[in-house]
Design a protein around this ligand. Sequence first.
Ligand SMILES: NC(=O)c1ccc[n+]([C@@H]2O[C@H](COP(=O)([O-])OP(=O)(O)OC[C@H]3O[C@@H](n4cnc5c(N)ncnc54)[C@H](OP(=O)(O)O)[C@@H]3O)[C@@H](O)[C@H]2O)c1
Length: 314
Amino acid sequence: MTDRNVIAVVGATGAQGGGLVRAILADPEGGFACRAITRDPNKDQARALAALGADVVQADLDDLDSLTKAFAGAHGAYCVTNFWEHFSGEKEKAQARNMAEAARAAGLRHVIWSTLEDTRKLMAASDTRMPMLQEKYRVPHFDAKAEADAYFAGLPVTYLVASFYWDNLYTFGLAPKKGDDGVYRWAFPMGDKRLAGIAAGDIGKAAYGIFKAGPHYIGKTVGIVGENLTLDQMSEKLSKGLGILVKYHAVEADAYRGFGFAGADELGNMFQVDRDFETEVLGARSIDVTRSLDPSLQTFDQWLAENKSRIPLA
Ligand SMILES: NC(=O)c1ccc[n+]([C@@H]2O[C@H](COP(=O)([O-])OP(=O)(O)OC[C@H]3O[C@@H](n4cnc5c(N)ncnc54)[C@H](OP(=O)(O)O)[C@@H]3O)[C@@H](O)[C@H]2O)c1
């Protein structure tokens, strides 16, 4: 047993939760301990967390009983779903509901729900600029999370709204691709608008800042971001940082949705929202608040210097 406040971390083997686990373990005097939740405590990433000092426990978001046990006796929980494992808004909502129910049963004193904004509120239902997906969503992995906010109502919850991870360049296949002429190109339906971006590792650090702030952020929505950059600015920074020539092509959203990879329609809608509603998307996130929660918050250049060897340059 520990006299420190235990945070049960869903997604501990992943980007968001992993960052939080590492932030808690890096601050042994901070008053928090962490319980790292995974479906498979024997996997390498889970063993690595145990070796760092995390208490690793098994639970599955699809199994309410396992979650209730995993949250029992904890002070708080970090709740995140992984849309990209199943691509289903409905499943994401069911998993969020299980986490909220488990948090209620455990009487947690602080829950962070990693949500995103409801993009349907940005345009009328009759707006034809982008298709509805899965019958009722504009951007399912945003809108379903926003719908799931309601499950957490009544709990001592902070709604955390993250930004596009720059790490998507190496984890999501979004890096510029080399052409026959040696020039690296990438295409997004972002026009000349700025994309709110963040180093994935900073999400967990900011979440740790929220837990440390105690009741201050309970009942609040906190939008976090490292830097807002146009794709031309990111291309310039990549060119300089990687010693290559990167060119950005602004494509139409319909063209992007037709690119044919799994999730192209979803990401096409998402980038179109980022482009058409730049003011609203950027306005929902604050660099100053993020830096106050995470003083080591990285800029794109800092993230690139640390991660450049991971970016595939084939
Ligand atoms: N990529 C972006 O730019 C971005 C930006 C904002 C928000 N997001 C959101 O971030 C979410 C993904 O978070 P991430 O990037 O941290 O994920 P990630 O690195 O892909 O890792 C997924 C994590 O979820 C856990 N998990 C998945 N299904 C589970 C289940 N049924 N039961 C228990 N644990 C489960 C996995 O644990 P085990 O496999 O160990 O069980 C793993 O730790 C997505 O929903 C996405 O919409 C992404």
